[in-house]
Ligand binder design. Structure first.
Ligand SMILES: Cc1ncc(C[n+]2csc(CCOP(=O)(O)OP(=O)(O)O)c2C)c(N)n1
Ligand SMILES: [Mg+2]
Length: 560
């Protein structure tokens, strides 16, 4: 309840800061530790989505951060809530997504006694976040929350954890709101761009790799225009396929797990590699084998929004400390050389991409997931948003789907299972008019499948495709490679996922033949409810190219 004397509780001041900084959606699992903050949502125009597990709430916040570039917000309770949420905080870190998690904390007077559910947040979250803090004085909420927004978004974005002692939230204070924050852009210098132009003029076989965060629709369009003017081949890095239109004549493909060998060869052979936005982490760098560390032999340009990332792994010939949005905005000033020596190679790179992704291989069993992905690529609207978790099933998405627009793929570059369902809930919540499709493995789905209940509770009609091979398939694949025939802890006995959907109040359908998929998907969409399409694939079909048995036999032959 708001008072008339101009004072507000700590909880009210906190929620008013969220509004001041433009927050319209937050995600939570309630806790008695932050009742006063919950109460402040009662009369305020911020939509609070109540979730079933804090891991789900934190992933929802991360998905909002990834989609909007502004901090996704979640609220959790002390030790048990915050530690449940830690998977989402880790994703925000690895994926460079802005997230602020507010956590209830024991009363100030009880601290350090290991009071009920007390944890030392700075110690527990210190290495996962960009900043972890605790607010001791309600009058400082505007200052600290403002800093949290700047910290989460500036440079390389990431997670911030703010602990809220329970009694601090009920203190009454008279304090002004903070002015609204705006993410800080870092612009490349004129001399940086002149040096980049010089390197391009000297190049024979350049390639641009785009990844990371701090992009926008305009920035992606500017990079596409630049690529067109210079006939420059462009590849996207792991799970950032949406940064460049796959059907653009300069698109050379996706540099993730199991990339097109022709793309890899092209990157290895390039005499100028320009990495924009990403870190070129372990997955896109193919286990750090693509370039020498610290000194790549090819001419290496790194454009990154964080000064700390430049030179961290790769010594760049040219380091440009800039956000991708600012870098893209000044690309118009870069002139092509008189003769573009690589002009002929770029259409070949695109043709190689198209033929690599055109037609799925034959697969064992009656469902070919590759053909399902091709059907979806031909039938989903170009602005449909695909959410996915981690597991081998995602290889078919990366291989056969062709992302055409910015943030049409929301997936964890951190490879965290259980991501898809909560991400789809969050995206459908903020973009209700867009088509949202979630892809989960059978293992992956059950890590946060409980958030399907959240989708039902809020009436969020999206379709989850559960790719069920009755396996922790990725691990089984590695197991067969390293320890052929010695199966341990990788087989799964699964529920009927269509019945699971119905039990939650959604729509469920099972597909065990490729030809039945289109009708099942149409029925799921028509239902107007959250829906699960349970896709039963053969355990042998463990990758788009190799069967389980073939992987085992190859490993056995190698050991013989
Ligand atoms: C949270 C989390 N736990 C464990 C892992 C390790 N892991 C990676 S893939 C995988 C199996 C995925 O199984 P499933 O979702 O069924 O997909 P599949 O590989 O069978 O297609 C596991 C256990 C992980 N990446 N993330
Ligand atoms: Mg599986």
């Amino acid at each position: 309840m708001r008072s008339n004397d101009g004072s507000r509780t700590g909880g009210e001041v906190l929620v008013d800061q969220l509004i001041a900084h433009g927050v319209r959606q937050a995600f939570c699992v309630p806790g008695e530790s932050y009742l006063a903050a919950l109460d402040a949502f009662h009369d305020r125009d911020v939509t609070l989505t109540v979730c079933r597990q804090e891991g789900g709430a934190a992933i929802m916040a991360e998905a909002v951060g990834k989609f909007t570039g502004r901090p996704g917000i979640c609220f959790t309770t002390r030790g048990p809530g915050a530690t449940n949420a830690s998977a989402g905080i880790h994703i925000a870190r690895q994926d460079s997504s802005p997230v602020i998690m507010f956590v209830g904390q024991v009363a100030r007077e009880a601290r350090e006694r290991e009071a009920f559910q007390e944890i030392d947040f700075r110690a527990v979250f210190g290495s996962l976040t960009k900043w972890t803090t605790e607010i001791d004085d309600a009058a400082r909420i505007p200052e600290i929350v403002s800093r949290a927004f700047y910290t989460a978004t500036s440079g390389r974005p990431g997670p911030v954890v703010v602990a809220l002692p329970e009694d601090m939230l009920t203190d009454r204070v008279v304090v002004a709101d903070a002015p609204p924050f705006e993410p800080v852009e870092t612009w490349p210098g004129l001399s940086d761009m002149a040096r980049l132009q010089k390197l391009l003029w000297a190049a024979e076989r350049p390639i641009l790799l785009v990844g990371g965060s701090r992009w926008s629709e305009n920035a992606c369009a500017a990079v596409m225009r630049f690529a067109e003017r210079l006939a420059l081949p462009v590849a996207t890095t792991f799970r950032r396929g949406h940064l460049f239109d796959a059907m653009h004549p300069c698109y050379a493909g996706d540099l993730g797990i199991g990339p097109n060998p022709k793309l890899l060869a092209r990157i290895k052979d390039a005499d100028l590699v320009i990495v924009v936005g990403g870190r070129l982490g372990e997955i896109p760098s193919q286990g750090y084998t693509l370039f020498d560390i610290p000194g790549p032999r090819t001419t290496f340009v790194h454009v990154h929004p964080s000064a700390e990332e430049l030179g961290r792994v790769y010594h760049p010939h040219l380091a440009i400390h800039a956000t991708p949005t600012a870098f893209a905005a000044v690309l118009e000033g870069v002139q092509p050389p008189n003769e573009i020596r690589w002009r002929e190679a770029t259409p070949t790179a695109h043709a190689d991409y198209l033929s690599w992704t055109e037609k799925p291989n034959e697969q064992p069993g009656t469902v070919n997931f590759g053909e399902v992905m091709v059907w979806l690529r031909e039938h989903l609207p170009a602005d449909a948003i695909l959410c996915s978790g981690a597991g081998n099933f995602s290889a078919w998405i990366h291989r056969y789907y062709r992302f055409r627009r910015y943030v049409t793929h929301i997936g964890p570059t951190s490879g965290s299972m259980g991501y898809g369902v909560p991400a789809a809930v969050a995206i459908k919540r903020i973009e209700p008019q867009r088509t949202v499709v979630c892809f989960s493995g059978d293992g992956d789905f059950l890590m946060n499948g409980q958030e399907f209940a959240t989708a039902v509770q809020y009436g969020l009609p999206f379709v989850v495709i559960v790719v069920d091979n009755s396996l922790y398939g990725t691990i089984r694949m590695h197991q067969e490679r390293e320890y052929p025939g010695r199966v341990v802890a990788t087989e799964l006995k699964n529920p009927d996922f269509a019945a699971y959907a119905r039990a939650f109040g959604g729509f469920g359908v099972t597909v065990d033949k490729t030809a039945d998929f289109a009708a099942a998907y149409a029925a799921a969409e028509r239902s107007g409810q959250p829906a699960i399409v349970h896709l039963k694939v053969d355990p042998e079909a463990v990758t788009p190219t190799a069967t389980l048995s073939a992987i085992r036999e190859k490993a056995l032959a190698g050991k013989a």
